[in-house]
Design a protein around this ligand. Structure first.
Ligand SMILES: [Zn+2]
Ligand SMILES: [Zn+2]
Length: 425
């Protein structure tokens, strides 16, 4: 006999099993409530988009597009990719459906899977999930602050309360050039002290050298010129205003001059959310975002300033578990319906439906025949009342109501069972 190979989930992907769904239910619910609280409208875009969208939007020289994107050609030779993030797709939809004609600023939110081909490790998956909040149509710093407020609100409601904001301004197309030049000059003087990756970054995407995790580069990074010293008046003012709003909101932040984010579309404010970690200091961001005033135009739309953020669901759930955040599971049923014998089983199926129609929460185990086993399950599920439907009861059109705590029982006609149950619940 040949043994068949057991197929496992594809590398870097995982199943969300029933026992984990309580976390997901909570996250979806809180995301939905948060969106409603702050006036965000839901949008869902396809998992597949034209490659061109990400190449243009996120940028060709970025790690995401260059190394991590699942790109392929369809049978019809369309060049498509699985979305590596949500913003580009939402921005594409904004243009395609003329959403700029709706009252602005337009607030949109979305949740769903994203795909990145990377080495699976703790907190990183090839298919993971993000929650996105985006605001289109205003350059006002008050919206930068509000979208950060939204993230804090959401994380607090989830049960993660010690979140720290890292924030930086990476300037605009007017002032970033000056900074880039200063940074390149500085690095040119220090090429001997940096890692090979950074030498490549200097050619392709110089700002990313500030992001380097290589031990060798840390000295050079710490002495590097910082963007905030090169900001133009407009960017400086925008940054200052944002921080003023954050002070007003009592949101604690850390000015992180090395924060650049790995996507080309950002300008001005960029930010990430962290939780203080106990043992290892290398904490992963729960999410982040920034302003992307140029993206809509870059994708062929009208000039439309925008700001947004994404939160990583897997990391959030990881932290919830680590920190023992309580999530309530399925509520105990009010009634457990027990049956014995064929007739009772048949009539029981219908009775079950009648209980549901009357908004009585009910559980059953029709496939179990022993009353003892069914009572045990009713007890385990913490049902308040057991409804016992045996052979005799099924013949007589009656049922036994048993209060689980006291064990007190009463026989009632089926026609009165709903009324009697409601009296007791
Ligand atoms: Zn500027
Ligand atoms: Zn480096």
């Amino acid at each position: 006999m040949s043994k068949k190979k057991i197929i496992q989930a594809s590398k870097g992907t995982y199943d969300i099993l029933p026992q984990d769904q309580t976390y997901w239910d909570k996250i979806r619910k809180v995301a939905q409530d948060t969106a409603a609280d702050f006036g965000f409208l839901r949008i869902d875009t396809p998992l597949i988009e034209e490659q061109e969208l990400f190449a243009r939007g996120i940028g060709l020289g970025t790690d995401i597009v260059e190394k991590e994107m699942y790109s392929f050609s369809t049978k019809g030779r369309d060049k498509v990719a699985l979305r590596p993030e949500l913003t580009a797709g939402v921005a594409r939809a904004f243009i395609e459906h003329g959403l700029f004609s709706l009252s602005q600023p337009l607030k949109l939110w979305s949740v769903g899977p994203i795909f990145r081909y990377e080495q699976p490790q703790a907190g990183r998956y090839r298919q993971s999930h993000q929650i996105d909040f985006e605001v289109f149509g205003s350059a006002d710093a008050v919206l930068d602050a509000q979208i950060i407020q939204v993230a804090f609100w959401f994380l607090k409601k989830i049960g993660l309360k010690e979140v720290v904001l890292h924030i930086n301004s990476i300037g605009c197309k007017d002032c970033r050039g000056l900074y880039r030049k200063a940074l390149l000059d500085y690095y040119r003087r220090n090429t001997k002290k940096i890692c090979p990756d950074c030498k490549v970054r200097l050619k392709k995407n110089p700002l990313r050298v500030l992001d380097c995790k290589n031990e060798k580069c840390q000295d050079v990074i710490s002495q590097a010129p910082v963007m905030v010293d090169y900001l133009c008046d407009g960017c400086k003012e925008h940054f200052k205003e944002t921080l003023d709003y954050l002070d007003e909101l009592e949101i604690s932040y850390y000015l992180d001059s090395h924060l650049v984010r790995g996507l080309d579309y950002y300008n001005r404010n960029v930010f990430e959310f962290f939780l203080p970690q106990q043992e290892d200091k290398k904490s992963l961001a729960l999410g982040g975002g920034g302003r992307y005033d140029g993206l809509i135009k870059l994708l062929g739309g009208k000039e439309t300033p925008a700001v947004g953020l994404a939160l990583g669901v897997e990391r959030i759930i990881g932290e919830m578990k680590k920190r023992g955040v309580k999530v309530s599971g399925r509520a105990a049923p009010e009634v457990f319906l027990l049956q014995l014998g064929n007739l009772a089983k048949r009539k029981g199926l219908k009775l079950y439906e009648e209980l549901l129609r009357n908004k009585i929460s009910v559980a059953e185990s029709f496939s179990r025949d022993s009353i003892k086993a069914q009572l045990k399950l009713a007890d385990k599920l913490q049902a308040k009342i057991a409804l016992i439907f045996g052979q005799q009861e099924a013949l007589d059109d009656t049922t036994i109501i048993r209060e689980m705590d006291s064990g007190v029982q009463e026989i009632v006609p089926l026609s009165k069972v709903i009324k009697e149950l409601k009296k007791r619940l």
